[in-house]
Ligand binder design. Structure first.
Ligand code: SAM
Length: 347
């Protein structure tokens, strides 16, 4: 029997703990953001391959025995998964999970926020790239901006605290909204986090000149607000946090220009049970097949443990080290394997 404690999670070859699991509950999405799902249609995961809630709970229980204590529901769009509050309550009951969060585009949030809160979800992050409805329509190819804003309002109304807004900043698209988004965040009591445009699978229109770097984001905000102070904290969180002179907190997730592979404690489980150790990984570990073939908890635990202990990837750092940096995977490659897509892996 493999004995581990959640207090001492297992570590990989770089000493990184297995702590943080992103659970993609569906590969479907109700937006078609140009930087993530530029095609209108996709090859979807076969329905019969999707893990049931019981299977997800079983895998989460095993991961939590090995050190995972943070779960983030993602997708695709997690709110498209039917009966999501039921899954939330099943995961909220896992004794070692101390942080149960969700990242959503917010379109369906107004309908579900209260049920999710009551089911035991701790925190919500809403992806919001623009405050301008017409721009939203161009960027996402759906006319759902008002719904997202209602969804954001519903989060607070339901009782959640610690709302975060994630914004991918893309040159020529929304870099002129940095200040507006910070002001909106202040107004609604949410922490805004700017994400550098990443060359992940699915981002087939990515190019380096469209990346607005951490340095440029800070410079633009300093021009408007004055001196910005980094928050001194030891954290494996992807966002580096800063204070504006008035104390407002915001974050930057600079995976493209300032990768944080050395402290990355995240891994990702797709809706059909493939486990990826890095957003840039070309291959994952199939957990669904042994689970459905009747592997015991200890056998699955041993598979996950030995895989993590051998982990050595530094995907974002390796991308940065490339002399020429273009699209990660071309459209033809993505069509061969939907697991390479960001919307299958979850962000
Ligand atoms: N549908 C949910 C949402 O919109 O938040 C969850 C899934 S989405 C893939 C998770 C996050 O990944 C979103 O914040 C999205 O903006 C981000 N994302 C997708 N493609 C990206 C890219 N090329 N660069 C940076 N972030 C990206």
């Amino acid at each position: 029997m493999l004995e581990t404690s959640a207090l001492t999670p297992m570590t990989d070859t770089l000493g990184r703990p297995l702590r943080n699991l992103r659970l993609s509950v569906t590969d479907r999405c109700n937006l078609r953001c140009q930087y993530c799902m530029p095609e209108e249609d996709y090859l979807w995961l076969p329905r019969e391959d999707l893990l049931s809630f019981e299977e997800i709970r079983e895998l989460v229980a095993i991961f939590s025995d090995l050190g995972v204590d943070k779960i983030r529901l993602t997708g695709g769009e997690p709110l498209l998964r039917k009966d999501l509050p039921t899954l939330v309550s099943m995961l909220a009951d896992c004794p070692r999970i101390r942080d149960l969060a969700m990242t959503t585009n917010g379109v369906l949030l107004a309908e579900h926020a209260q049920a999710l809160y009551e089911a035991g979800l701790h925190r919500v992050t809403v992806s919001l790239d623009t405050l301008q409805p017409e721009r939203f329509k161009r960027l996402t190819r759906r006319d759902s901006h008002a719904k997202v804003l209602h969804g954001i309002a519903a989060v607070r109304h339901a009782g959640f605290v610690g709302l975060k807004l994630d914004t991918v900043i893309i040159r020529g698209t929304n870099e002129d909204e940095l200040v507006d988004l910070i002001e909106y965040g202040k107004h609604i009591g949410a922490e805004v986090r700017f994400i550098e445009y990443m060359d992940v699978g699915g981002a087939t229109q990515w190019s380096i000149d469209k990346v607005v770097s951490r340095a440029e984001i800070l410079e633009r905000l300093e021009d408007r607000y004055g001196q910005i102070t980094p928050v001194r904290e030891v954290s494996a969180a992807p966002a580096e946090r800063f204070h504006l002179p008035d104390g407002t907190l915001f974050g930057i997730i600079a995976s493209t220009t300032t990768p944080f592979c050395q402290s990355c404690d995240r891994s990702r489980l797709t809706a059909d049970g493939m486990w990826y150790l890095c957003l840039y990984a070309q291959r994952g570990i199939d957990l669904r097949t042994p689970l459905r073939a009747g592997a015991s908890r200890d056998e699955l635990k041993a598979l996950i443990a030995s895989t993590w202990q051998q982990r050595r990837d530094r995907g974002a750092e390796e991308r940065k080290e490339l002399g020429y940096r273009g699209v990660l995977i071309r459209l033809e490659g993505l069509k061969d394997d939907p697991h390479l897509e960001m919307h299958t892996r979850g962000g």
